[in-house]
Design a protein around this ligand. Structure first.
Ligand SMILES: C[S@@+](CC[C@H](N)C(=O)[O-])C[C@H]1O[C@@H](n2cnc3c(N)ncnc32)[C@H](O)[C@@H]1O
Length: 196
């Protein structure tokens, strides 16, 4: 069977450089994406949240606000520099007591086994197109989630075609997720999936 990658050889795109991290946390971006609304909608008080490909923490910040003192956000990124920026920024905002950072490998999340089956909500925001093996990523995310957990997947339209997005959704479904909703996140393709 042809996988998404075979039928689309341009799948893998460059990793967003930490040198440009400042562009990911701007007032304009806040206005456009309203990250606090995304958090309100998909994260509850006390949840354990995974922000995979968190970058400098633009979304992790809102998830941490939302989960409260008893919740936990795991901010995971390939680049240590991104995680350093996140920590420096969110420490003075007193959010680091709710956030754990983890540097992953390009093709493996590598969170400890104790965390398997424990995440209420998982986000991959503008990152799957940078990952070399999305199929493996979806399987790992599925393993990390609690039954009933929600997975939000979004990609920018100028980088990821409708076809590539649909192919990836099919891979996510093969990994066990069920697609429950599609929406436009500003101009970006987005889907809500569930582990049943
Ligand atoms: C375009 S940025 C988006 C950051 C953040 N989600 C946001 O929207 O503000 C993509 C991020 O994904 C990370 N990334 C790229 N490939 C990755 C991989 N294989 N595993 C984990 N993170 C990765 C990059 O280091 C970068 O921080």
């Amino acid at each position: 069977m042809a996988s998404g990658r075979e039928s689309n050889p341009h799948h893998h795109h460059e990793v967003f450089s930490a040198k440009n991290a400042a562009h990911l946390d701007t007032p304009l971006r806040r206005m456009i994406y309203r990250p606090e609304r995304l958090a309100e909608r998909y994260v509850k008080y006390g949840d354990r949240v995974l922000d995979f490909g968190c970058g400098p923490g633009f979304f992790s910040r809102e998830f941490a606000q939302r989960v409260g003192e008893i919740g936990q956000v795991w901010s995971v990124d390939l680049q240590e520099e991104m995680l350093d920026i996140l920590k420096k920024k969110l420490e003075p905002e007193e959010l680091m007591s709710r956030i754990r950072t983890h540097q992953c490998k390009p093709d493996s999340i590598g969170l400890p086994n104790e965390l398997h089956g424990t995440f209420d909500a998982v986000f991959t925001i503008f990152v799957v197109h940078e990952v070399p093996d999305p199929e493996k990523l979806f399987r790992e995310l599925f393993t990390l989630m609690k039954p009933g957990g929600t997975y939000i997947y979004t990609e920018p339209p100028f980088i990821v075609s409708g076809r590539e997005f649909r192919e990836n959704l099919a891979l996510a479904e093969e990994a066990g997720f069920r697609q429950v909703d599609r929406f436009w996140y500003f101009v970006n393709r987005a889907a809500v999936l569930r582990k049943e």
